[in-house]
Ligand binder design. Structure first.
Ligand code: ADQ
Length: 508
């Protein structure tokens, strides 16, 4: 079996990865199961003098077969690459928030610089048979940088966040450069079918990408596969949950609604609080009978766009609690902290409703964790935003428009009044999907598709010579202005959208 090299912005010790939740757990599991490297930033920020290009290598002692390889960032890199281009340009644009994007701050050169530095540090560690899996928007240029250094191993990229509509993507001043960098991968994995369609459209619009007979996309003469691999959880971690009533107040029979979201503007928290306030106002019979517990740990507090959210939520919860609350009943519990993961699981289990209403989300793993924690005999009801990637899979949740406060308020009532048989039916179907598309299925589907890409190269006699020629072309295009058709023009062949439907592919 080929060795796997996972590259992600943030690398952590496996023990900590399990606590961090999300995809870190899946990566840690993968590296326990097969030998490889996990390469990226160690979370430290150092001054220029202390900075080093020699990565720190730590073996994974329990297995002795895999290693964690990390580098620190300098203060300037942290500001421009991480807080800047990654989180103040790509994150807002990819979440449809052009209004929050800081295009003119000059972050891009250092974003490229860090990718170049990471590629140089990683290059000597790559063996000829390795398969390379790069994660997320911080590292889009990594493949093209590795190609320039002569790496012709299969390289795949997985984007955890949504792909915006092409017209939104085109607003990024460096969109052609990003298209070129994306085109250097062999395989791009995305969360949803809508993301696949958006990315293909973007490559057509920005750099005249063409759909090939076999369904791949050709940009800069390099064939690229774009497929859907919806990210999953390990449901077994959640099904042993035991009810935890510590957050429920002294009122007998009060039901809990749980929300767990990083404190991010994409998560739709103000709209969620408004909907809960509207529910209490519209259906006063539920006053004193329901509590909303919202756990929202801080993230990226030094990014400007995040500074107001905390204050807004404190004001809103204060207002709703002041308007409806009583001495023995506070309607909103707003907790601005992380919770231990086993505790979280038990709180999910004792919550009648899971309220997951992001304005935009790549997947939303929390909604899957909530369902997996339920009592199969008496499950709760997830309410899920139609703009979370998870809505493409969890069709038996109550799907809502997170911009429509009235609809969300009504969905809370529907969920509270749903009878047990309907809850069990929905839960059973939801669990089927969650089990089928769990985290192990996600990583093995992505990796086997990437390995197939590598085999195809051999079978179709596209030897490393041809690959190098194609990579050299990509790299040289990178260094000189490209001849690019006017914005918005479509040079892809006729019938493109039909072909796209047929060939967009499904990585499952
Ligand atoms: P996130 O935006 O972080 O992830 P999500 O998918 O919900 O969102 O994953 C968050 C993870 O962190 C979950 O495992 C959750 O349990 C954990 N978590 C959240 N709040 C917590 C808290 N207060 N205490 C402890 N743990 C907490 C990004 C994308 C998503 C995509 C994932 C995975 O933005 O759209 O689903 O990557 O691809």
């Amino acid at each position: 079996m080929r060795r796997i090299v996972v590259v992600s912005n943030r690398v952590m010790e496996l023990r900590k990865a399990a606590q961090a939740g999300g995809v870190a757990v899946a990566v840690a599991d993968l590296l326990r199961a097969r030998s490889g490297l996990w390469f990226g930033w160690n979370g430290k920020v150092v001054d220029e003098q202390t900075s080093t290009d020699v990565p720190e290598i730590k073996g994974l002692k329990s297995q002795g077969r895999s290693a964690i390889v990390t580098l620190p960032l300098t203060e300037n890199e942290h500001r421009d690459y991480y807080l800047g281009y990654s989180n103040s340009v790509l994150w807002p644009v990819f979440h449809n928030r052009l209004d929050l994007a800081r295009f003119d701050a000059g972050f891009y050169p250092r974003y490229m610089g860090v990718n170049e530095r990471f590629a140089r540090a990683l290059r000597p560690l790559i063996q000829p048979d390795d398969i390379i899996w790069v994660h997320d928007y911080h590292l889009i240029p990594l493949a093209s940088e590795l190609r320039r250094l002569g790496v012709d191993n299969p390289i795949g990229f997985y984007l955890h966040i949504p792909v915006p509509p092409s017209q939104t993507f085109l607003a990024i001043p460096e969109h052609r450069e990003l298209a070129r960098e994306l085109a250097a991968y062999d395989l791009i994995g995305l969360q949803t079918q809508a993301d696949v369609a958006n990315l293909i459209q973007f490559l057509e619009d920005s750099v005249s990408g063409r759909i090939l007979q076999d369904g791949r996309i050709s940009a800069f003469d390099h064939p690229l596969s774009i497929k859907r691999f919806p990210v999953g959880i390990d449901p077994d971690v959640f099904h042993n949950a035991v009810p935890d009533d510590t957050l429920v107040q002294s009122i007998e029979g009060a039901e809990r609604i749980i929300g767990v979201d990083r404190l991010d503007y994409s998560k739709g928290l103000p709209q969620k609080f408004s909907a809960f306030g509207r529910f209490l106002e519209k259906y006063p019979q539920y006053q004193r009978k329901v509590v909303l517990s919202q756990i929202a740990p801080p993230t990226r507090e030094s990014v400007e766009a995040y500074t107001d959210i905390r204050q807004t939520l404190e004001q809103m919860s204060g207002k709703i609690n002041g308007m409806f609350g009583e001495l023995d009943w506070v309607p909103i519990h707003y907790i601005h902290r992380s919770a231990p993961r086993d505790k979280l699981r038990d709180v999910y289990r004792s919550s009648r409703i899971g309220l997951f209403t992001p304005l935009r989300d790549g997947m939303n793993l929390v909604s899957k964790e909530y369902v997996a924690s339920q009592d199969p005999e008496d499950p709760g009801v997830p309410i899920l935003s139609r703009f979370a990637g998870a809505a493409e899979q969890l069709v038996d949740a109550l799907i809502v428009n997170p911009y429509n406060v009235e609809e969300m308020a009504d969905a809370i009532k529907t969920a509270l009044e749903m009878d047990r048989s309907e809850r069990i039916e929905r839960y059973t179907r939801l669990m089927d999907v969650i089990r089928t598309y769990d985290s192990a299925a996600w990583s093995s589907a992505f990796l086997s598709t990437l390995e197939a890409t590598a085999r195809e190269r051999t079978v179709s006699n596209v030897g490393s010579h041809a690959i190098r020629a194609s990579m050299a072309k990509l790299a040289s295009v990178a260094r000189r202005p490209t001849r690019i058709p006017p914005e918005g023009s479509r040079s892809a062949q006729d019938g493109t959208s039909k072909q796209r439907k047929r060939h967009a592919g499904n990585g499952e």
